[in-house]
Design a protein around this ligand. Structure first.
Ligand code: UDX
Length: 446
């Protein structure tokens, strides 16, 4: 089948490549000429495990093409995927200008019927707006070409996007048209094996499903972080509590890891956007507001421990920081907890020596050259002449470090762990002071 994907970011590039990999003919279009030129040369603008060889293979086979020629792109696909960004406005609502601009491009150029598939995370009601905008242009063009707008939200996780796309848990199709449903089922048939993963519903429910899923996951995290904060006050260990509650299958072990807050391009933005949607409807979303507040507070925890440990005398200190990305296996630092921490440290005259397996360039891009930031090549070199160690991201290479070296290198033998990676008892044995999130005894004194 012929597919056009507008937008070559995480979602569009991964989705387009995966559709090509099962035999569909895919054109990925973008207005960014450099990005398209790089992609044609085999250079992938993002770090996503497994993506590069897959792009290369499908590009070379001719099933996957890249273009900035929007007219050609519209002509190509019976399916027109919209996978462009929806950055938050100042008031938290999702900015639809890119989505609507693609809708207009399609309407201006289409010569045959189209199924317009909305992949971008967009507020409920956006499919109606897209349909209205396309219809308006077609009327202006004096044509009554047929088109349908489908909501087909993505659920891919950064760092696991290729696998999530190849083996989806569910394929949500929001449409009220049975022919369109049939076509969408055919398109996704290669991914719909073992049991039926396609869930068909009305368009608005599909749009809300995406927000509800992300907000539920964010709620689980903020709930656990609140329990962690209580555990600290009570002298309990949140890791034991997590184990204890996760064993209840109604709760489950997934997504109940406490830490220094959730980040990334989805949770913070989507929680904010749903709060805004609710407010616009004169509904006060008490729970969602609390989820966001807890998360904002959580991102300040490591700094708080650090400041309390030194009784506020922190100016002039040097921190070794392990982990900059918002989670492991990505170079993405959007809304990362590390940024809140680094900026708070700088504000108090603290120097940061940071190491991350993938985000060094990204960090450089965001903060540029500064005297109080050293981006170093290994986790060991981050420790040199540092006073303490802080961990913001649970990269697997941080799981079993050389604790003797850490102890030898740091002037104050302290680890502030935002991802609860180490065993407090072991740290004690090794002669290291250890602060972690919600681990009773380790932080009760703070
Ligand atoms: C998320 C959703 O998982 C995905 O389905 C959706 O399509 C996009 O948003 P992603 O942003 O890639 O994916 O990251 P995810 O792996 O979900 O992690 C988000 C944040 O939550 C990270 O900062 C992570 O550290 C944090 N997290 C996750 C916790 O703090 N505790 C947990 O138990 C799980």
């Amino acid at each position: 089948m012929k597919v056009t994907v507008f937008g070559t970011g995480y979602v569009g590039l991964v989705q387009g490549t995966i559709l090509a990999s099962v035999g569909h003919e895919v054109i990925c279009a973008d207005i960014d000429e450099k990005k398209i030129a790089d992609l044609k040369n085999g250079s992938i603008p993002i770090y996503e495990p497994g993506l590069e060889p897959l792009v290369k293979e499908n590009f070379e086979s001719g099933r996957l093409k890249f273009t900035t020629d929007l007219k050609l792109a519209v002509e190509h696909g019976e399916f027109q995927f919209i996978a462009v960004g929806t950055p938050p406005d100042e008031d938290g609502s999702a900015d639809l200008k890119y989505v609507l601009s693609v809708a207009e491009t399609i309407a201006v150029n289409m010569q045959t019927p189209k199924i317009i598939v909305n992949k971008s995370t967009v507020p409920v009601g956006t499919a109606d707006k897209v349909a209205a905008s396309v219809q308006k242009k077609l009327t202006e063009r004096n044509t009554n070409l047929l088109f349908h707008v489908v909501s087909n939200p993505e659920f891919l996780k950064e760092g696991a996007a290729v696998n999530d796309c190849l083996r989806p848990d569910r394929i949500i199709i929001g449409t009220n048209n049975s022919d369109v449903e049939e076509k969408m089922r055919e398109l996704y048939a290669p991914f719909n094996r073992n049991h039926d993963k396609v869930i068909v519903m009305d368009i608005r429910s599909a749009e809300l499903t995406k927000y509800a899923a992300n907000c539920m996951l964010a709620t689980k995290i903020s709930f656990m972080n609140e329990m962690a904060n209580l555990a600290e006050k009570l002298g309990a260990d949140i890791e034991a509590v997590r184990h204890g509650i996760g064993s209840d299958p109604r709760i489950g072990y997934q997504f109940i890891y406490p830490g220094c807050g959730y980040g990334g391009s989805c949770f913070p933005k989507d929680v904010k956007a749903l709060i805004k949607t609710a407010n616009d409807l004169d509904y006060k979303p008490e729970l969602l507001e609390a989820v966001e507040l807890v998360n904002e507070y959580q991102k300040t925890k490591l700094f708080e421990y650090f400041n309390a440990h030194f009784a506020g005398n922190i100016t002039g200190k040097t921190v070794a920081l392990w982990g900059l990305s918002f989670k492991p296996n990505t170079d993405d630092m959007r809304e990362a907890s590390s940024r809140v921490l680094i900026e708070a440290l700088w504000e108090h005259g603290v120097k940061v020596q940071a190491y991350d397996p993938e985000s060094m360039n990204e960090c450089q891009r965001i903060y540029g050259q500064r005297e109080d930031l050293a981006l170093v090549g290994t986790k060991e070199s981050a420790l040199k002449n540092a006073d303490v160690l802080m961990v913001c991201t649970e990269w697997s290479q941080f799981r079993a470090p050389d604790f003797e070296l850490i102890k030898e290198s740091l002037t104050d033998k302290v680890i502030f762990d935002g991802r609860n990676m180490y065993d407090p008892k072991l740290m004690n044995k090794k002669g290291l002071k250890y602060y972690a999130i919600g681990r009773g005894a380790s932080v009760k004194s703070v």
